[in-house]
Design a protein. Structure first.
Length: 162
């Protein structure tokens, strides 16, 4: 498994950032809790929970991002068929958004999909986050469209295989 551990200096403090696939039921519960806080509580995209059939699929990889050892963000990834992978449910708790944990979460998802035989990854990105994904090497595909009631942009990135 690939883990990412980064130290990042900021003008106010030294923050330790780490990202990895969840390790056990406690971390999986934290992963789902962050998603629920962001997608249900904050954004109102789902009524009660954002879980779906992909969460029960053993091929799905649930990733947690940590700031100072505390769960702060999530992303999940899963195969769509052949060598195409999907990344989704990128969520960072509001109090950790200035930590910059989002970039390491996305980069780890891309790395993990490539390590699992993927050649390309796609995502539906909320429109305000498109520039962030472009900065990470993703490319827009087609025109923005409604997805769960919010404007999203389909994006894709080629994956490196080991």
């Amino acid at each position: 498994m690939t883990d990412v551990d980064l130290s990042r200096s900021s003008p106010t403090a030294e923050e330790t950032l780490a990202c990895r696939p969840v390790r056990g039921p406690v971390e999986l519960t934290a992963h789902h809790g962050i998603r629920r806080a962001v997608f249900v509580g904050e954004q109102g995209l789902f009524d009660v929970d954002d879980r779906d059939e992909h969460d029960e699929d053993p091929a799905t990889v649930h990733v947690l991002g940590f700031v100072h050892g505390e769960p702060a963000g999530t992303v999940r990834l899963y195969p769509l068929g052949g060598t195409l992978w999907k990344g989704d449910r990128l969520a960072v708790l509001p109090e950790h958004r200035r930590s910059h944990i989002g970039g390491p979460l996305v980069r780890l998802a891309v790395t993990l999909a490539g390590e699992r035989g993927g050649s390309r990854m796609e995502a539906q990105v909320q429109f305000p986050n498109v520039r962030f994904f472009v900065h990470l090497g993703w490319s827009p595909v087609g025109e923005p469209a409604d997805h769960v009631g919010v404007l999203h942009q389909r994006m894709t990135i080629p994956l490196a295989r080991p």
